[in-house]
Design a protein around this ligand. Structure first.
Ligand SMILES: NC(=O)c1ccc[n+]([C@@H]2O[C@H](COP(=O)([O-])OP(=O)(O)OC[C@H]3O[C@@H](n4cnc5c(N)ncnc54)[C@H](O)[C@@H]3O)[C@@H](O)[C@H]2O)c1
Length: 419
């Protein structure tokens, strides 16, 4: 099934970004929003360059005019009656998303594929009718769409293999790498992996021995971006939204970190920052304060904040090598767990971490190189020093190894996608 005509729901940040990406290819495009002012503004913005080029004429002008002719903007949902694929990018809240899909289900062709660009909600929870279930999935673009080289394709249990295949082909056609998330879980593939790294960065700062800058600098021994600076870019509110808003959509408390390693729902340090209005760069302060857009250390605030955190965060100071290992093994063990749970392939996991964090070697490439015995020894040492979240898991484990707390937890064994 070839996708030729695509509808996009929502003229906000992601809707317009996705539209721009697809506008560079020869798709017919429809941008829909229920708000006339938004559609008007989006149309003006998204067609400005093309209109200018078309007015100049010549071969480039003709191509621009042809592109413009393939674009439609409007508030009337019947404009979407004959599209092959609809990408939903409306506000990150379950009810509005459910409503637009229900309305769309009444006007769209029975074979139209519906996808949601949600980052934190369950695609299954938005399926508008049993008849649409096989043609419904997640398609998760990342911001900024033009720069991120991959897109997560998230089939639900009911999505037909042909639909997944069509989405993979569609994503590839637009020059992006499709990462197929093979089990529909909160955080999908990418945010689960990143979450483990951010979480450990927050834990380290929250313990009160290492400043955000030291943690970020040590992390640069194996990455190009530290966990604290990353969180400040994204925003503590955005990061915690996924944790806190998950319940309704996934059917139970299904925090990324709960069904991941470790029992703490999320590091208390991130909550502390968010609750103090330190949302990151956009609010002028997060782990760092920002002056002229430059991160400045804020030891007084960090010191005060750490004092308010629960005592379970206190643990003895560690040397720099241990800090590096804590950060790296947080990623490595999450990678193993992600693969063991059938969420993504080893290749995709390695690719994602190399691409996003600049790792020279992905976790699985590293395991391959140094051997399971070394990984298992390192993890065991960390588990003894830091906590059971570092116990060897999955294929790293041998009989008699330490076992993590969460493995006793029925929550962890529950498969959220099974409902
Ligand atoms: N911003 C990001 O970095 C990012 C990255 C990946 C995925 N996403 C996801 O993309 C989706 C859109 O996010 P965004 O950042 O573009 O948000 P945005 O706030 O820029 O846009 C939200 C859109 O929803 C529309 N909307 C609001 N209320 C509505 C309603 N009741 N019914 C229909 N439409 C309504 C708005 O008009 C707007 O078009 C969300 O699901 C978000 O999680 C965002």
């Amino acid at each position: 099934m070839t996708i030729r005509k695509v509808g996009i729901l929502g003229g906000g940040k992601m809707g317009t970004e996705i539209f721009k990406l697809l506008g560079a290819f020869d798709f017919e495009l429809v941008l829909w929003s229920p708000f006339p002012e938004e559609i008007e503004a989006a149309e003006k913005e998204l067609t400005r360059k093309l209109r200018r080029r078309a007015a100049k004429g010549g071969a480039r002008g003709e191509a621009a005019a042809a592109s413009l002719a393939r674009m439609t903007f409007g508030t009337d949902m019947t404009l979407l009656a004959d599209v092959d694929l609809v990408i939903e990018a409306v506000i990150e809240s379950l009810e509005p998303k459910r409503k637009v899909f229900r309305d769309l289900d009444r006007v769209a062709r029975p074979d139209t594929i519906f996808v949601t660009n949600t980052s934190t909600l369950s695609p299954t929870s938005m399926v508008p009718s049993p008849a649409r279930a096989q043609r419904f999935a997640g398609l998760h673009y990342f911001y900024p769409v033009s720069l991120v080289s991959f897109v997560e394709v998230v089939p639900t249990r009911k999505t037909s293999p042909q639909v997944t295949e069509a989405l993979v082909e569609f994503v590839s056609r637009t020059g992006k790498k499709p990462l197929v998330v093979t089990s529909e879980v909160n955080g999908y593939l990418v945010n689960r992996l990143l979450g483990a790294y951010y979480n450990e960065g927050g834990n380290l700062v929250g313990e009160g021995y290492w400043s955000p800058r030291q943690v970020d600098e040590i992390s640069r021994r194996f990455t190009t971006i530290g966990p604290c600076e990353s969180v400040d870019y994204i925003g503590t509110d955005v990061i915690l939204f996924g944790v806190e808003s998950a319940d309704e959509s996934w059917g139970r408390k299904d925090h990324i970190a709960v069904q991941s390693r470790g029992r703490e729902p999320w590091t208390s340090m991130h909550f502390r920052l968010r609750d103090d209005g330190r949302l990151g760069r956009k609010s002028g302060a997060g782990f760092y304060r920002y002056e002229d857009n430059q991160p400045v250390d804020d030891p007084e605030y960090i010191h005060q904040a750490v004092k308010t955190l629960p005592v379970y965060h206190r643990s003895p100071g560690f040397d720099e090598d241990t800090v590096e290992k804590r950060l790296f093994y947080a990623l490595l063990l999450e990678a193993v767990l992600t693969w063991e749970r059938g969420i993504g392939s080893k290749e995709d996991i390695d690719y994602t971490l190399k691409e996003l964090l600049g790792l020279k070697q992905g976790p699985f490439e590293y395991i391959e190189e140094v051997g399971i015995d070394k990984i298992r020894d390192d993890a065991t040492q960390l588990a003894k020093k830091v906590g059971s979240r570092y116990c060897p898991i999955g294929f790293l484990r041998r009989p008699g190894d330490l076992i993590t707390e969460w493995e006793y937890d029925p929550w962890f064994r529950h498969d959220p996608a099974a409902g």
